[in-house]
Design a protein around this ligand. Structure first.
Ligand SMILES: [Zn+2]
Ligand SMILES: [Zn+2]
Length: 133
């Protein structure tokens, strides 16, 4: 499977603006720990924890994510099952919802970073409608 196959096409659950730009997901975030607000680019590659931002987000800090277009909060009232930080949620264009942890350094911070490889592959396969045997 090529890396392009694992590129997640996501959009805002509120205004439907596509959030995937190239191989990154463009979000706005507020970091309480450092009181900074600005752009955060998460990797759009499935399970890739890379983050690109000008903000100072110390390892372990929690960011509050928003849509860069409509400014709606993407945060859920759901705690991460790995670290207890609030979860954020964005929509997958082809259908479905992607939740990710708002804490930097948590394994759940990567898009699709939860679960094991089998679960990831079945989600990827369902996204691309390719049968998996
Ligand atoms: Zn929006
Ligand atoms: Zn977490």
């Amino acid at each position: 499977m090529s890396r392009e196959m694992l590129l997640l096409q996501v959009c805002c659950p509120y205004c439907r603006t596509p959030l995937t730009e190239g191989n990154r997901v463009h979000l706005e975030a507020y970091v309480r720990d450092t009181n900074q607000d600005g752009k955060v680019y998460l990797s759009a590659l499935f399970g890739d924890a890379a983050v690109d931002t000008d903000l100072e987000i110390p390892e372990g800090a929690v960011a509050e994510f928003r849509c860069h277009s409509c400014d709606q909060s993407l945060m859920l009232q759901v705690p991460c099952r790995l670290c207890g930080a609030p979860m954020a949620s964005i929509n997958i264009k082809s259908g479905g919802v992607l939740e990710f942890c708002s804490r930097r350094g948590c394994r759940g911070h990567a898009l699709g970073g939860f679960g094991d490889v089998d679960q990831m592959m079945s989600l990827v396969n369902s996204m691309f409608n390719t049968p998996h045997d």
